[in-house]
Design a binder for this molecule. Structure first.
Ligand code: UD1
Ligand code: CA
Length: 453
């Protein structure tokens, strides 16, 4: 039997107190709904339909990719009403798995267990809670689920039940359509409850399996900032545990954040307060010292990133040394053995093997050869107020301290530029260029003294 997955994502999320629709709130740097969509796709369904309502345009445009069907629930009249909106277009012969845009930590393996039940039956994911307040209670009879009763509609006895409805369930589409069409809203909230479908199934002689989730964390819904932060920590711990299992060493697994994909080689060490965003690859033996942000970058084997660097859209080959306090901006390409030291900013520039810029330097829009030494306080003046220009520095050139390289400009291979020079014309290979006024000594000059009182 084919599988259709419906994700309910129309709610506003009032308790977030945010102008962003709840399902677009970030978790590990991506919208809540993105995590649910990933989980859905992992089950290889025929069809994924998202029921959206609040912030419909914004939600839809956050997922421009193909492979999703969108059903609009303009007004929110309950979870049963929400699911009904997805039914046109859902093949009658399929099973329907219901997920939620604000329940982002579910694992495909847990859902696979739910799907192991016979296709003609109904299966409900449940969880035992120490404090079930607020949740729909699962009423069992023999070994089957008979019905679900919402907190607001429950008797005192029913409220004592600790097994609750997670909302996640799988049902045969044709029967689901019939049950949904029969739902009423005669209840405490005046809503069409999806949960009432369970009693209808039981009354029609369809077996309802209650499958217990392995842990509460997986089925946690996000309704407020506190739950968002708890889910963030839970997901971070999951990601770090997976990396540790692959051999990555963390100084403190609780003090690292991965907002995207971090891929690591062998013997990588990551110190505290490292944040990885987007797609980051770290080669074998890479060390990331404390307080680093690394976004969409590649760091080669054996490279050392000292503390307090900001690295984005950069690549560093093997054996580089970066920082402390270095900034690599998009298009920074460091070849093997390059050193970029403290307070050095590199943007849209290639540095050849073993070249060094150790202190207080800006290298923008430049091509730097191999074995070049860039002295402290050197700046490539790449911007004339309107356009950007390139600086080209040949192999083995030596740029003294405090040099202004006014682009477009070229320094030849093996050339030397004296400290303090402002270079505006080409420097021929192998020659020395100096641009300084002569030093003057004024004999007997007196420093001004403070005017007397
Ligand atoms: C629901 C269940 C309850 C369960 C709990 C688990 C019902 C009637 N109750 O209660 O048994 O224990 O979830 O968290 O199903 N939504 C829509 N459109 C709507 C209403 C809701 O898309 O018209 C979406 C919401 O965005 C949310 C989800 O469905 O993601 C759950 O809705 P909510 O109203 O929060 O249900 P609960 O009262 O929490
Ligand atoms: Ca809820």
């Amino acid at each position: 039997m084919g599988l259709s997955i419906v994700i309910l994502a129309a709610g506003q999320g009032t308790r977030m107190r945010s102008s962003l629709p709840k399902v677009l709130q970030p978790l590990a740097g991506r919208p809540l709904l993105a995590h649910v969509i990933d989980c859905a796709h992992a089950l290889a369904p025929d069809d994924v339909c998202i029921v959206h309502g609040h912030g419909a345009e914004r939600v839809r445009s956050a997922f421009p990719g193909a492979g999703l069907r969108w059903a609009l629930q303009a007004e929110q009249h309950g979870t049963g009403h929400a699911l009904l909106q997805a039914m046109p277009g859902t093949p009658e012969g399929n099973r329907v798995l219901v997920l939620y845009g604000d329940v982002p930590l579910l694992e495909p393996g847990t859902l696979a267990k739910l799907l192991e039940t016979p296709a003609g039956d109904v299966a409900l994911l449940t969880v035992e809670l120490a404090d079930p307040t607020g949740y729909g209670r699962v009423v069992r009879e023999d070994d089957s689920v008979r019905r679900i009763v919402e907190q607001k509609d429950a008797t005192a006895d029913e409220r004592a039940i600790r097994e609750v409805n997670t909302g996640v369930m799988v049902l045969p589409a044709a029967r689901l359509k019939a049950w949904l069409s029969r739902l009423g809203n005669d209840n405490a909230q005046g809503e069409y409850y999806l949960t009432d479908v369970i009693a209808m199934a039981a009354a029609d002689g369809v077996r309802v399996h209650g499958v217990r989730a392995p842990e509460q964390e997986e089925v946690m819904g996000i309704n407020d900032r506190k739950q968002q932060a708890e889910a963030e920590r839970a997901l971070q711990r999951r990601q770090v545990e997976a990396l540790m299992a692959e051999g990555v060493a963390f100084a403190d697994p609780a003090r690292v954040d991965i907002r995207g994909t971090l891929t690591c080689g062998r013997d990588v060490f990551i110190d505290v307060n490292a944040v990885f965003e987007g797609s980051v690859r770290l080669g074998d033996g890479v060390r990331i010292e404390s307080n680093n942000l690394v976004r969409d970058s590649e760091v080669g084997d054996g490279t050392l990133v000292h503390s307090n660097c900001h690295i984005e859209g950069a690549t560093a080959a093997a054996g580089c040394e970066i920082g402390p306090f270095a900034r690599l901006r998009p298009g920074a390409k460091l070849a093997a053995g390059v050193k970029v030291g403290n307070f050095v900013e590199v943007k849209n520039s290639e540095l050849g093997e073993n070249s060094k810029a150790n202190h207080l330097t800006y290298l923008g829009d430049s091509s730097i050869g191999v074995n070049v030494n860039v002295g402290a306080g050197t700046i490539t003046c790449n911007y004339d107020g309107a356009n950007k220009h390139r600086t080209v520095i040949g192999d083995r050139a030596f740029i003294g301290s405090g040099v202004m390289l006014v682009a477009p400009v070229e320094v030849g291979a093996g050339a030397t530029v004296g400290a303090g020079s402002t270079i505006t014309k080409p420097v021929p290979a192998g020659e020395l260029a100096l641009e300084r006024s002569k030093q003057v000594v004024v004999k007997g000059w007196q420093r001004p003294a403070k005017k007397g009182k």
